[in-house]
Write a protein that binds this ligand. Sequence first.
Ligand SMILES: *Cc1c(COP(=O)(O)O)cnc(C)c1O
Length: 427
Amino acid sequence: MADLTEQYGKFGISEKVYAFGEEILGSLQERFHGIDAVAEYNQLKVIRAMQECGVSEACLLGTTGYGYNDLGRDTLEKVYASFFHTEDALVRPQITCGTHALALALMSNLRPGDELLSPVGKPYDTLEEVIGIRPSKGSLREYGISYRQVDLLPDGSFDYDGIRAAINDKTRLVTIQRSKGYQTRPTLSVAQIGQLIRFVKEIRPDLICMVDNCYGEFVETIEPTDVGADMVVGSLIKNPGGGLAPIGGYIAGKKECVENAAYRLTSPGLGKEVGASLGILSSFYEGLFLAPNVTANALKGAIFAANIYEKLGYAVVPDGKQSRHDIIQAVTFGAPEGVIAFCQGIQAAAAVDSFVTPEPWDMPGYDSKVIMAAGAFVSGSSIELSADGPIAPPYAVYFQGGLTFPHAKLGILKTVQNLLDRQIISL
Ligand SMILES: *Cc1c(COP(=O)(O)O)cnc(C)c1O
């Protein structure tokens, strides 16, 4: 297609960079078919859940005020429970983000004197303040909830002996982060999470196993709740919002866990009964409907980036051939210039705010400067094409999202062009 190179040329992408991209893309068609098959499976799962729960046109409307008898809200929570195969779910615009959803799940299911255990190493940065690893107002620690952590072994596997030794009489809840977050450890597969939960439950069947499901939804055909998790928690401005949800978070799981969270989100005595959905529900429903396909596009973008940067000689996690368990792609540049050039390339490919040049800044919740590229329709949405990297060794950039593959492709080619123009790489 002669016109395509011309179109890319309008974005400053040279024929050389375009050809390099096409060569890589040619080798990925089989993998892309595999991703399409997972998307197809999950699309049917979502439609089936909506049909079983009797989603109707009336569900797309909203309530105001207290929001008693909000049909759309209550039905959507049934849809999430049906999709995740759980007893109940809490899906609300009043849950402001992923960190809030996780904090809510933890604070409502732990009591003073309890201990929280992470058997998969350091949690996501913002959780450090929730837990009180870094002192913070209102942390679990301030409420007398202690924390223990068992790191993964150097090869990325679970330290079963260490986990057994860490579980004690105070342990109440085990938090398992599916995605790597801002780390270069591998992301856990749902099957691996299942093995870990089985191990933990053999020691203490009463322990609550919670999975931070951020970025993992729809990547596989099963979810952590299919392998024994008591709760899964995530953000609607990531995978399950399908790019359309403008806010929100979810907790799906055992009835008691969800109930605890609801009483904490609103108030003891009120729980799930209040919380007006305003006019937001159609975006939650339609976003969930689109989410399997959107996640597939983001995955294709991640795999394309992995193969491009592997070919250019950088360390990438996961590598170009590895199977995928989340939508994040880490590329380690080893120097700030690479991280900055990459993020500025992603920004330049955006439909919104393409003219903005991102720079490293002190972001709340993070302990080093971070650079973020996000030209998004929903501010900060990371299911949309985005990239971010802490300006600290090993100078890795974390790339994710892309509502459509052509957008992800444009962004990645733009990063390559940027690195080439700044003589960080040669082709
Ligand atoms: C994004 C993310 C969070 C936090 O979600 P926010 O919406 O950014 O608050 C927590 N855990 C993981 C693994 C994440 O990827």
